[in-house]
Design a protein around this ligand. Structure first.
Ligand code: ZN
Ligand code: ZN
Length: 160
């Protein structure tokens, strides 16, 4: 019997068939992944903190609310460090936000799907830039990567 949408099985079925994952399945899997991370002892901080980069994204950018000063500072610092780490001084800083925004909107998502979604609206952004941004998010804890099964899935952390 087919498991209904919203379960891991249904989510995996969409992916096996190469179908887009539906909202119910995305929500279900996001929830399941969250519980798995909790079970592993990754401590959730349910409320994003002001004065952090994720606070800027989740409390302000995502909701359209005017950023507070501590969040603006944290955001500026993050982008400054991001650019300092980059070899090329290009518009990478702005892609950081674009990529994170897409990840939040479309996730959990495969890298190739994420790149397609971004390039649909921003054809000029290079695949590698997106890939690097997302991998950096994972390193920084802003995003997670589920590498239990290929292709890997990516999503925005709710525990940063
Ligand atoms: Zn579904
Ligand atoms: Zn704030």
């Amino acid at each position: 019997m087919l498991r209904p949408c919203g379960t891991e099985a249904a989510y995996a079925r969409h992916r096996r068939r190469g179908e887009p994952t539906c909202a119910t399945c995305k929500a279900g899997v996001t929830d399941a992944r969250r519980q798995q991370r909790r079970a592993k002892g990754i401590r959730p901080r349910t409320t994003p903190q002001h004065g952090t980069y994720s606070g800027y994204i989740r409390l302000h950018a995502a909701t359209g609310a005017e950023p507070c000063l501590p969040c603006l500072d944290a955001h500026a610092t993050y982008l400054r460090e991001w650019r300092a780490r980059g070899r090329r001084r290009d518009r990478r800083g702005s892609w950081v936000e674009v990529a994170l925004d897409y990840l939040e909107t479309h996730g959990p998502i495969e890298m190739t799907q994420l790149i397609e979604a971004i390039q649909e609206r921003h054809p000029e952004v290079v695949r590698d830039t997106i890939r690097q941004s997302v991998n950096r998010f994972v390193q920084d804890g802003l995003a997670w990567r589920d590498d239990s099964e290929r292709p890997f899935l990516y999503g925005v952390s709710d525990e940063v």
